[in-house]
Design a protein around this ligand. Structure first.
Ligand SMILES: Cc1cc2nc3c(=O)[nH]c(=O)nc-3n(C[C@H](O)[C@H](O)[C@H](O)COP(=O)(O)OP(=O)(O)OC[C@H]3O[C@@H](n4cnc5c(N)ncnc54)[C@H](O)[C@@H]3O)c2cc1C
Length: 382
């Protein structure tokens, strides 16, 4: 099989990349190891900025795919705050449904989809990539690795991996029929993350994540302990787990004629774990760029590395620093939380995409400095 662009992985990054390239006339082959629609462990929270990004590409997803969240409840040890979310700011969905809808859009734009085609190896041929799959050999001038956190494209061509302190492990229960009136975020269950209960159309997703390097017990034990604190949870189904990379660290994501997008590149916002938006954005940018190179308007895919370094990295890095500030001394962060609206700002930023991460980081630092003397005085007087 021959094509101009082989996209490996039909998740959000791969489907968006295939759609963006096919829309621009590129002959695309989208390779997916699973039968579609395929299950993906995920909280399934999708923010307004993601839907706006997709709409900008002409992808308008039907509302019936989503459940709308109108309230976020944030729990910290000993306190609770609730935030009303503006309309259409946070939605939840099931990733098999969302990703399949995006794959269909890519097909409609002209991409060919080959499911149950696991990529085993990628080699450099003469002026092309040779992609060896369980359904035969593919030759492609360009290659996009959108194959998730354990990417075979990254391992074959880019030669780096996520060290344990840049990789999270997450576990979830998908509880059918459980109705929640708010999206719940519980701090205090992980040292660099949180636990959650997200309402969905047909139930709820209960989960927890932690940095791999800080996980002393099994992630399922951590999940079970969290679940035991939820009064509305009577029984739990079988849990599942999946790694989640940490964004905000500069990594090589482009070669002349190959690039990585989404989780394969590590583009997950480290404080909230939002990865869907960054998968869509990086996939779209990589797919578009292949079109521009073929039109002779760009020399190669190295412009993608520049885009990621200048546009994606600063946002992700600001949230990484905010995460480090927040999780460094949780009791101080919780004190801040009780006394100021900084963390409500974090939730609002996640909900609506505003304020931008760098502004949020600045606000958080300034507020921390303002509240530090009061916090220390309280601590010393105890
Ligand atoms: C428990 C959990 C909860 C999360 N909750 C949220 C959330 O609520 N909101 C949010 O925005 N983000 C969330 N994330 C992050 C989000 O799921 C990811 O960032 C997102 O799925 C990345 O999309 P992707 O397309 O890059 O990768 P993936 O969705 O992982 O897709 C990769 C695709 O590549 C395929 N593939 C892999 N290897 C091969 C191969 N060798 N050959 C062919 N195909 C291959 C896979 O089958 C898969 O279909 C969560 C993550 C976890 C683990």
């Amino acid at each position: 099989m021959r094509c101009e662009l082989a996209v490996v992985g039909a998740g959000v990054a791969g489907a968006c990349a295939a759609h963006a390239a096919a829309t621009r006339g590129v002959k695309v082959l989208l390779l997916e190891k699973e039968a579609l629609p395929r299950y993906k462990l995920c909280g399934g929270a999708v923010t307004r900025k993601t839907l706006e990004l997709l709409a900008g590409e002409g992808i308008r997803l039907p509302r019936r795919l989503f459940h709308e969240v109108r309230r976020v409840r944030v729990k910290i040890p000993g306190a609770e705050r609730e935030l009303r979310v503006p309309e259409n700011s946070i939605l939840t969905t099931y990733r098999d449904i969302l990703d399949h809808a995006l794959v269909r859009e890519a097909e409609r734009a002209g991409a060919e989809v080959l499911e149950k085609a696991r990529v085993k190896e990628v080699r450099r041929g003469q002026g092309c990539w040779r992609v060896s799959t369980t359904r035969g050999e593919v030759e492609a001038r360009f290659l996009l690795g959108c194959d998730g956190v354990s990417s075979v494209v990254r391992r074959s061509l880019f030669g780096w991996r996520f060290p344990p302190d840049e990789l999270g492990v997450a576990a979830e229960y998908e509880v059918e029929g459980l109705s929640l009136d708010a999206m719940e975020i519980h701090f205090g269950h992980a040292s660099f993350s949180y636990a959650w209960a997200f309402p969905k159309r047909e139930g709820a997703t209960i989960g927890v994540a932690e940095l791999a390097s800080r996980l002393e017990e099994g992630i399922f034990d951590r999940l079970e302990r969290f679940a035991a604190t939820l009064p509305y949870l009577r029984s739990t189904p079988k849990p599942r787990s999946h790694p989640i990379p940490m964004g905000g660290i500069r990594r090589r994501v482009a070669l002349g004629e190959a690039a990585l997008a989404g989780d394969a590149a590590g583009f997950v916002e480290p404080l909230s774990g939002e990865g869907t938006y960054y998968a869509a954005l990086s996939g779209i940018m990589a797919g578009k760029l292949v079109g521009r190179v073929l039109e002779g308007r760009e020399e190669n895919l190295l412009a993608y590395q520049r885009f990621c370094d200048s546009q994606l990295l600063p946002q992700l890095r600001a949230m990484l620093y905010l995460g480090r500030l927040f999780y460094f001394k949780p009791d101080f962060s919780y004190h801040l939380f009780e006394n100021t609206d900084v963390l409500i700002g974090v939730i609002a930023a996640l909900a609506g995409g505003e304020p931008p991460p760098r502004l949020l980081l600045r606000q958080a630092i300034l507020t921390s400095l303002r509240h530090l003397p009061g916090y220390l005085a309280r601590k010393l007087s105890r």
